[in-house]
Design a protein around this ligand. Sequence first.
Ligand SMILES: [Zn+2]
Length: 269
Amino acid sequence: MNKHIKGNLIYFTFDNFDTTGLVKHCFSTRKGGVSKGCYSSMNLSFRDDLKENVIDNYKILCSAIGCNYKNVVFSNQVHGNRLYYANETDRGKGLLKESDIKNIDGLITDKKDVLLTTFYADCVPLFFLDICKKVISVSHAGWRGTVNKIGEETINKMVYEFGCNKENIIAGIGPSIGKCCFEVDSPVAEEFMQKLPFSIDYVKKDLYKEGKYKIDLKEINKLIMINAGLSEKNIEVSDICTKCEIDLMFSHRRMGSSRGAMAGLLQLC
Ligand SMILES: [Zn+2]
């Protein structure tokens, strides 16, 4: 990924998305916003933060990437695997007006100036772009979304509902909790090995902690994409672990619920 530093503001973009010239996008960090305390400073979901600060944070970040914050669309996220087709009438939902987009973890559009937005504090952001059909999607993959293959759901929706060709789809897997830090108990590990047999090499028993496992969510999401038909060379993966990067990232595992959230933003030019 490319790291962008503009004054106090820091955000990342995928190199493979940048080079297309077809989209504006980013994955944010904690840096460059106006929120205080545990939300300091670039908090992008309301939680118990001051509403005007969150809106100001969107204004700052959107302006930096050349987007209008009034085009932001977001849903509530429920760790499911359902997607929603967002169009012009959805602009502002979640941020500036009540959102009726419920039980949704992925957003998809073929419309310009619809700024797809999902939130993170350890979960895995999945970005997609069909460079020919000009269809985009962002999906929020926590461990539940991963084990229920939201990445494959997204690709299938692009192909079957928007006529995309898998050869033309590029993808990005953004900053999230790494294999260094994503520790789970055996029921979660077993669910992965049962539902996703190919994940067995990426679910490792912790040799020092009885009954604990470490899971590589990024690599498993990459394999889900490859199994769904994407070309490995079209998938860019961030090596940032949100739990390890104390100054740069919010992390649920590190901070608990007293924290802000980063966002993945994606819009067609
Ligand atoms: Zn880590």
